[in-house]
Design a protein around this ligand. Structure first.
Ligand SMILES: Cc1cc2nc3c(=O)[nH]c(=O)nc-3n(C[C@H](O)[C@H](O)[C@H](O)COP(=O)(O)OP(=O)(O)OC[C@H]3O[C@@H](n4cnc5c(N)ncnc54)[C@H](O)[C@@H]3O)c2cc1C
Length: 326
């Protein structure tokens, strides 16, 4: 059965006539910062969000000036309230299903149709937009260990810059299956010198890098991992296949990241080797009128403040582009 589609209203007032100036897909820090800047530029903006932020696993977000330690949910709530206090700001609980480009003759750089599946009781919508901002972030896949999700966000983290401080001097594990483990271990050594790198028999650490890490007191364990274990909510170690438990009280994991852009149906959209949406310094993609910001753009996973900054920067460029040439 197809969802009912709500295509309007478009003609009920100064902020409700014609297409949206901008539809922002994704209301994390990138989308929210862009939304605030755009409603303050008197743009009519629809923010479409599925409310599945990657950082939902954590209770405290760090490093956002004036908000260090805030709950990520509160950060999003405050951001939404700020936008909704302006006449041009509107939110839609929905999952963008498609964004298609409709060629347009005017100089504003494109016209789009955005179709959504409604969530949390909201109806599906199909709306028009003069410009679209993709701020959908990343989805992540953790190493396939039975209990890893249970520790993620509390004892195990992925963002070293964000959560390293809280793990200062702890007996740390770095778990990953990628080729950047040595570099990540080096960074992590700023917060603890009691660190073991676990490759799960997959992650790549060259002999040269292993020797360099060992010189800093960091050991590499290449055995397969059975699980991350603990007791009463406290992580106690990394259990290896065969039964050995290496005592560890906390750690960092290196997920695989995939940009959440499957819904984009726009020919000519350029992505990089990681699948991230390629943008210029102002967030313009290779498709006129389509912009992107935040973690879905290179270099991928960053921090809240960085994502917000890129959203604000893209918003300034979008607003100017929408005005058109002199
Ligand atoms: C566990 C964890 C802890 C972290 N802790 C910190 C920290 O302490 N400090 C810090 O600075 N950074 C932290 N980060 C990193 C930070 O969360 C991200 O860098 C930041 O959220 C990226 O912002 P974004 O707006 O690009 O994407 P996100 O915040 O991921 O937001 C993307 C939004 O898009 C929505 N979306 C996705 N697809 C669709 C779709 N098709 N339709 C509609 N909506 C869609 C999602 O539901 C989500 O709400 C952490 C990350 C993780 C995973």
């Amino acid at each position: 059965m197809t969802d009912p589609v709500d295509t309007g209203p478009y003609d009920t007032g100064p902020y409700d006539s014609g297409p949206y100036d901008v539809v922002i897909i994704g209301a994390g820090p990138a989308g929210l910062a862009a939304g605030l800047a755009l409603v303050r530029a008197r743009r009519r903006v629809l923010l479409v969000d599925s409310n599945r932020p990657r950082n939902a696993a954590t209770l405290h977000a760090h490093g956002f000036i004036t908000r260090d330690g805030i709950s990520p949910l509160d950060l999003r709530r405050i951001g939404r309230e700020e936008i909704e206090s302006y006449p041009g700001g509107e939110f839609h609980s929905g999952l963008a299903r498609s964004v298609s480009h409709v060629a347009e003759a005017s100089g504003t750089g494109g016209r789009f149709t955005v179709a959504t599946r409604g969530l949390r009781g909201e109806r599906a919508r199909e709306v028009r937009a003069r410009a679209v901002l993709v701020a959908t972030g990343l989805t992540e896949t953790l190493p396939a260990l039975p209990s890893i999700r249970a520790w993620y966000g509390t004892n195990l983290h992925s963002c070293i810059d964000c959560d390293g401080y809280e793990k200062s001097d702890a007996a740390l594990a770095l778990i990953g299956e990628s080729a950047d483990l040595a570099e990540r271990a080096l960074l992590l050594s700023q917060w603890s010198d009691d660190l073991i790198v676990f490759t799960n028999g997959v992650g790549e650490v060259s002999d040269r890098d292993e020797a360099a890490l060992l010189a800093r007191g960091i050991r590499v364990d290449r055995r397969r991992i059975a699980d991350v274990v603990g007791d009463h909510g406290a992580m106690t170690g990394v259990q290896l296949e065969g039964g050995d438990v290496v005592p560890r009280t906390a750690g960092f994991v290196r997920p695989r990241w995939t940009p959440a852009i499957d819904f984009l149906d726009v020919p000519g959209l350029e992505t990089d080797a990681e699948g991230l949406v390629t943008v210029d310094a102002g967030g313009r993609t290779s498709v006129p009128g389509l912009y992107a910001a935040g973690d879905a753009t290179p270099p991928g996973p960053q921090q809240l403040l960085v994502a917000a900054g890129s959203g604000a920067s893209a918003a300034a460029v979008m607003n100017r582009d929408l005005i058109g040439p002199l």
